[in-house]
Structure formats: structure tokens, C-alpha cells
Write a protein that binds this ligand. Structure first.
Ligand SMILES: C[S@@+](CC[C@H](N)C(=O)[O-])C[C@H]1O[C@@H](n2cnc3c(N)ncnc32)[C@H](O)[C@@H]1O
Length: 480
């Protein structure tokens, strides 16, 4: 029998039509509106809204899957709506369009019985956009529900001969993102899951799946045994996967000895700490530190050595600098100095003062799309143009702040070539006196098993190959 959301659990009686929208669907709708109208972040709005309305358990899980899944798959549903609706999606009233997208996700992306998906969504439409619009919603959703997802794939394929355009519609990624991923994959000689086309498909599919929750046990502060319900992850010795449950209920997380952190983020920090440097090794710098996940891991790795040392964490936005202070609260006092300052100045203010420097550069975040449901629709190629100069300035400052023999890690959570290799190549050409270390080999060295990252010197992680965010790592050593 279907539960009260219409999710088919044993098949059977039809739920009775209701006069007001059910709370989980209404919550998902309000999240979509906040994202569209107020530029809100779904992963901030939704938890607050669930708490305010007292939704928990199955209701909260249903609202979360409905809101996040609809936001991720918006491109696909709009392409389907363009076929199923008599009016083009861009001409619909925005609240009605959001209702239709929510209905499409229930019909095509969730295990909701078709009659419940339609009738509950029509009730929602009546409540939020009025009776007239609700009968329109009824007609469109019935048309969508009459065909299986595979049949919709076929209909989408009939309408274009351009393979990129088809991928954008089928797998709901903007066209410029699909092109960027294809280019980055083509330059990456790591293990492939099939031919180049299959690999791209696997990446886009991985972006559309909710990621597992990964925790970090900060060395010297916690071990994986301190993380109840979590099991050791595959690559990073510090990482564990939480099967179910709320990370905030774990004592080690509440006290800052552990945290939620993608395994790829952990690996790049472990790689910087393990990269070979000549000479002293006790002055570390994190140039773009907020909110502090990598600062906390790097400083716990520094402390774990037991040889003293200090880490300076720079973050230009003061409230994000406060987040870094909070992230390192469990570490010994005096180990980390957090300063709200512009990292672009440190290269000239503190020339040659550091042995290891991390530049986790502000970037488009295209490597973490599975984590931020609406992010793919917010970004545009114009972001690359505005981030590019900042990324170059920060890396130039970092290579000024590192001493000869020391190492800089340049990291992005994006595989876009314009913010990865192109930035590193430009700075190396302009600055001189730098050599590239083999980041792929260093990463493989810190991983518990080979990650098959290819020949280097750059390392690119991928959600579909490694189950991590698509983190990029270059390691630069100052030679003179
Ligand atoms: C990708 S995030 C860093 C994430 C962080 N390493 C972590 O693991 O939690 C980039 C950060 O750089 C900061 N930032 C941007 N411009 C900066 C600048 N000129 N100097 C220092 N920090 C900057 C941003 O505010 C943002 O917090």
C-alpha cells in the first residue's frame, strides 16, 4: 500500500484526495521558490524549514529527495515539459513551473504511484497557484505520467541530433558544463570506465545521485572507531562513510575532533602534507582557508608529527575566518593562527616564509555538483572570467610566500581546464623558478590503494571513478 506521500510500498488502495497540500510537498515547493526567487541555497533553506515545521523521519526524507532531486533534474524536466505542455516552460508562471517540475520528479524520478503524484501535486497547485492553474497542471502531469522514463528518453532523442544537447536534456546539465567535462576527461589518462562517451555519461549520472555522507577523523584527535555507524572509506586513512543518521549526533563531530568532509578534500590535504620538501618543515600556510575543513585536517597532520610547527590560515571574509576558528577548536592552542586578510598580499608581505602552502582556490565548484543541487544552474561561463584573475593572483602570492625547496598545492573543486591546468601553466610561465611534482604519484602514495590517476603531473579525482568530488591537485616546488 502507498504511504501518505503516495510512495508505493506494497501497492493497493488509492489514497483519499486531500484538500490541503501535504506538508512534505509544500516544504519542497517552498524550497524551490526560495532558490528561484531569493537566490537561496537549498541545503541551508531546507533543514531550517523542516525544523520550523516539525517535519522529521519519512516526511523529512521525502521532502529532501523531492526538493533536491527536482532541483538537480530541472533541465531534464523542463525539456520533458516542453513536449508535454502546450505552453513552453519559460512562458509559465514561475510558481506553476516549480509545481510541474515537482510533479515530474515524483512521476519519473521517485517511487511515487502515478495517481498519487498527480492528485497530490494538483492539490498543491490549487493551494499555491489557484484552481485554473491546477487543472492545467492536472492535464500536463497526466500526459507525463502516461510514458515511462525510457520512453521520455526516446522522445528527447528524437528532437535533436546534437549529442551534447541530448546529454544536457537527458541528464540535466547545462551545455557549457557538459562540454567542459568532456574536455577535461579527454586530457585525463586515468583509468576509464569505458569509451570516452560512456565515461562522460557515467560522470553526469554520478552528479545526479545524492552522495554518501563522508566524515573525517582528524588525526591525533579521533579515530574511525570514534564515529559510530561509520565504516572506513576506500582511499583516505582519515575518511569514513556514514551509512545513516545525523552526523551532528556524533560526539566527535560535535566537539570538532571529526567533521563532515568529502574524501577528495581529505586526500588533497594528505597529499600536501606528504609531498617531499627539502629542509625545515614547520611553517605551513593555508591561503584561502574558510570554512576551515582543510585547515583543520592539515593542522592535525602537523600536530601528529610531534615536532612543533605552526599553521597560518588566511581568509578574506571575516565571518568565514570565524568558521575556520570554530573548525580548529579541538586543536592545541597556538598551533593555528587564523587571520582575516587578503591572501593575495602574503606573497609580498611574507616572502619565502613558509615550507608548505595550500591554495584551495575560489572556483566554480563544478566538481561538487552532486552536493549542491541548484549550483549547476547558478554558474555560468562568466564566472570563469571573474575567478580566473583571482586564482592566478592567489597562486602567484602562494609561490611568493613559499621558500626555495618548499611546496605549494593548488587545489580546486572543479575539473574545468580554465581554472585548473591553464591557471597553473600560466603562473609557472610568468613566475619561473618552479617545478611540478607528480601530484598523481603523491596522491597514490597517501591513498590506501591505487587510485589509477594516470601519468601525472596533475591529479584529477572524479565522482564516477573515485566516489569523491572532482578535486584537482597540482603540486609546485620552488626551485630558486
Ligand atoms: C574553496 S574555498 C576554501 C575551502 C577550504 N579550504 C575548506 O576546505 O574548507 C575558498 C575560500 O577562499 C576565500 N577567498 C576568496 N578570495 C580570497 C582572498 N583574496 N584571500 C583569502 N581568501 C580568499 C573565500 O572566501 C573562500 O572561503
Amino acid at each position: 500500500m502507498a504511504d501518505r506521500h503516495g510512495v508505493d510500498r506494497s501497492r493497493g488502495r488509492r489514497p483519499q484526495p486531500r484538500r490541503t497540500a501535504d506538508a512534505a510537498r509544500r516544504a519542497a515547493f517552498d524550497v524551490l521558490r526560495a532558490v528561484e526567487r531569493d537566490d537561496a541555497y537549498a541545503n541551508l533553506v531546507l533543514p531550517a524549514l523542516l525544523a520550523e515545521r516539525g517535519l522529521s523521519g519519512r516526511d523529512a526524507a521525502f521532502a529532501t529527495e523531492l526538493a533536491y532531486g527536482t532541483l538537480r533534474m530541472r533541465g531534464r524536466y523542463d525539456a520533458i515539459l516542453a513536449i508535454a505542455s502546450t505552453r513552453p516552460p519559460q512562458e509559465l508562471d514561475p510558481p506553476l513551473l516549480d509545481v510541474l517540475r515537482l510533479g515530474a520528479h515524483q512521476l519519473l524520478g521517485m517511487r511515487v504511484a502515478a495517481h498519487a503524484a498527480v492528485s497530490e501535486t494538483v492539490t498543491l497547485a490549487r493551494e499555491v497557484v489557484g484552481a485554473g492553474a491546477s487543472s492545467y497542471a492536472n492535464a500536463v502531469l497526466r500526459a507525463i505520467g502516461r510514458a515511462e522514463p525510457e520512453e521520455w528518453d526516446r522522445r528527447l532523442a528524437e528532437r535533436t541530433t546534437d549529442p551534447t544537447a541530448l546529454l544536457t536534456r537527458r541528464l540535466s546539465h547545462p551545455e557549457w558544463v557538459v562540454r567542459a567535462f568532456r574536455e577535461a576527461l579527454a586530457l585525463d589518462d586515468g583509468a576509464v570506465v569505458g569509451d570516452a562517451g560512456e565515461e562522460l555519461l557515467a560522470l553526469l549520472e554520478a552528479d545526479n545521485a545524492a552522495p554518501a555522507v563522508t566524515l573525517v577523523a582528524r588525526p591525533g584527535l579521533a579515530g574511525i572507531r570514534d564515529l559510530p555507524g561509520a565504516t572506513p572509506a576506500r582511499w583516505a586513512r582519515t575518511a569514513a562513510v556514514l551509512g545513516a543518521g545525523d552526523p551532528a549526533s556524533i560526539e566527535a563531530v560535535r566537539t570538532g575532533r571529526a567533521a563532515v568532509q568529502d574524501e577528495g578534500s581529505q586526500l588533497v590535504a594528505l597529499a600536501l602534507a606528504a609531498a617531499p620538501v627539502d629542509g625545515p618543515d614547520d611553517a605551513w600556510l593555508d591561503l584561502c582557508a574558510g570554512p576551515g575543513g582543510k585547515t583543520a585536517l592539515l593542522s592535525s597532520l602537523l600536530a601528529e608529527r610531534g615536532e612543533g610547527g605552526r599553521l597560518l590560515a588566511a581568509e578574506v571574509v571575516p565571518h568565514r575566518a570565524d568558521l575556520v576558528r570554530r573548525a580548529v577548536r579541538a586543536l592545541p592552542p597556538g598551533l593555528v593562527e587564523v587571520r582575516a586578510l587578503d591572501g593575495r598580499e602574503l606573497g609580498t608581505e611574507r616572502p619565502g616564509a613558509f615550507d608548505r602552502v595550500l591554495v584551495d582556490a575560489p572556483c566554480t565548484g563544478l566538481g561538487a555538483l552532486r552536493r549542491r543541487p541548484e549550483a549547476r544552474w547558478r554558474r555560468s561561463p562568466a564566472d570563469l572570467a571573474s575567478l580566473g584573475p583571482l586564482q592566478r593572483d592567489l597562486l602567484t602570492s602562494a609561490v611568493g610566500a613559499v621558500r626555495p625547496g618548499g611546496v605549494v598545492a593548488y587545489v580546486t573543486c572543479s575539473p574545468h581546464l580554465a581554472e585548473t591546468r591553464v591557471v597553473v601553466d600560466d603562473v609557472m610561465r610568468r613566475v619561473g623558478g618552479l617545478e611540478l611534482l607528480d601530484a598523481a604519484a603523491v596522491l597514490d602514495g597517501v591513498s590506501q590503494e591505487s587510485m589509477h590517476l594516470g601519468a601525472g603531473p596533475y591529479a584529477q579525482l572524479w565522482p564516477h571513478r573515485h566516489g569523491t568530488d572532482a578535486m584537482f591537485l597540482a603540486l609546485l616546488r620552488r626551485t630558486g
